[in-house]
Ligand binder design. Sequence first.
Ligand code: SAM
Length: 286
Amino acid sequence: MQKLSSGAISGILYIVATPIGNLGDISPRAAGTLAEVDFIAAEDTRVTLKLLNHLGIKKPLISYYAHNMAESGDKIAARLLAGESCALVTDAGTPAVSDPGEALVRLCASAGIEVISVPGPCAAVAALAASGLGSGRFTFEGFLSTARRARSERLCELKDERRAMIFYEAPHKLLRTLSDMLEALGDRRVSISRELTKIHEETLRCTLSEAVETFRERAPRGEFVLVIEGAPPPEIRGDPSAAQAELERLSERGMSLRDAARLAAERFGVSKNALYTAALKGARKQ
Ligand code: SAM
């Protein structure tokens, strides 16, 4: 916040991350920026007003959301060029991540306005960290298209993606999405984080088929992020010993032999029946 206190901030756009549920997650720097800028551009001014009231901040608000981006973006850029400073916030999390903001950043950058990120909560990163799935390399997919064909085409393109994949999904579409993923990607491990940082927060780590079963029995409620494990490397497909090792690993974790055989066979491209039969024989010998 030195730039703000020194008074040398004229004409800066601050991209400010806000809590995804727990208000305690607002950073001192984010709160300080909101307190010191000339005005705040908000996705929904009513939502932001609640946050500002919680922080005891009074500040002029301007709305910047999906349907007024062009018009509102021009107004914001003009004010920034005239020397004012602005904080952009969305309803929750990091602006420009599946949220309005990207176009404003582009507009400001092309007009020579300085853009500064004030990092903080982001549902995708919070879910990835809790997933235990390939956080070394991952890819962010955000929301799948609602159009059936576009969605299944995208999922088919992702079948061989090796990195863990992060998706956002609305509760009423969750079951459909999990079923489509199961069909397109095969039975893989998935980590489903719900209501992160809120009272009913939970993370379910299972396979896609188990997730489909779970949400068939229990209607999904709240906000969800899915992290799906990437495809195994091509060189280990069709590898019976890798499949055997995977089956042992899964059954040691408490998965039934049948499910472990199905998942390991899918991952390593071997026959499910052969793997299951061999595992049964092995189990009988013990
Ligand atoms: N820009 C935001 C961010 O950085 O997290 C994401 C905005 S996007 C419009 C909203 C989606 O993020 C929700 O549909 C849900 O998939 C996910 N999300 C937001 N808050 C969440 C939470 N507390 N728990 C789980 N998912 C959340």
